[in-house]
Ligand binder design. Structure first.
Ligand SMILES: CC(C)(COP(=O)(O)OP(=O)(O)OC[C@H]1O[C@@H](n2cnc3c(N)ncnc32)[C@H](O)[C@@H]1OP(=O)(O)O)[C@@H](O)C(=O)NCCC(=O)NCCS
Length: 186
């Protein structure tokens, strides 16, 4: 099969919540990380969908604005792939594509709460060891951070808080590339 990664389409929004219910379950919103997303919109320039050749929605990745003790950063997730299509490279393609877009847009730091064996290859490292904290329960090994700008973590530590609605990347003058990329998988 082949799929295309494209900026999230208006019609995808209604499909994302049911996909998250299927992949993460209904109690996902009780997790600490959801407190950082409440009543905030995801960053539109970093919302991507995977779609098949017929235009069917296959997977989603979104990012939210956060601050690390006042320093702007982004929170990766949720990332979810239709269960029947998992393990074909769609998730990794979405992460790679969106992190490149985030970097191009000038974002310097990205946090994720997820499986370290999945995110390590994208450069994520344990966040607690860097002096970052989440205000709520989290499995420490799942709490990770990566620099999108070399050296961006230097001197940055403290509690992660919600970002500001409509917040921009530090180098917001450089617009994110809203490109489509087509890929073939087994
Ligand atoms: C996790 C998820 C996004 C991965 O996307 P995907 O398209 O299925 O995965 P990919 O094909 O890109 O990557 C496959 C690789 O990731 C690994 N992998 C898949 N799901 C994983 C998970 N939950 N934790 C750790 N590793 C995982 C596979 O073992 C495989 O490893 P390999 O490349 O060494 O063989 C997807 O399986 C999913 O939506 N799962 C349910 C929701 C979820 O758990 N999201 C958590 C993100 S932290």
């Amino acid at each position: 099969m082949s799929f295309t990664i494209a900026p999230e389409r208006p019609q995808d929004a209604a499909l994302i919540t049911p996909l998250l219910d299927r992949t993460f379950g209904f109690d996902r919103t009780r997790k600490t990380v959801y407190r950082l997303r409440e009543n905030l919109d995801p960053l539109p320039e970093l919302c991507f969908s995977a779609i098949d050749d017929d235009g069917s929605f296959l997977a989603s990745i979104r990012y939210w604005p956060i601050e690390i003790a006042g320093t702007p950063a982004i929170l990766l997730g949720p990332l979810a792939v239709e269960p029947a299509l998992q393990g074909r490279g769609i998730g990794k393609a979405l992460v790679r594509h969106s992190l490149e877009a985030a970097q191009a847009a000038g974002h310097a730091l990205c946090v994720v709460v997820g499986d370290p064996s999945y995110y390590r290859s994208f450069g994520f490292i344990p966040a607690s060891a860097q002096g970052l904290c989440l205000a709520g329960p989290v499995e420490p090994e799942r709490f990770q951070v990566t620099e999108l700008v070399v050296g961006a973590l230097a001197g940055v530590h403290g509690v992660i808080a919600r970002g500001k609605a409509g917040s921009q990347a530090p180098a917001a003058a450089k617009p994110a590339r809203r490109r489509r990329v087509r890929r073939s998988v087994a």
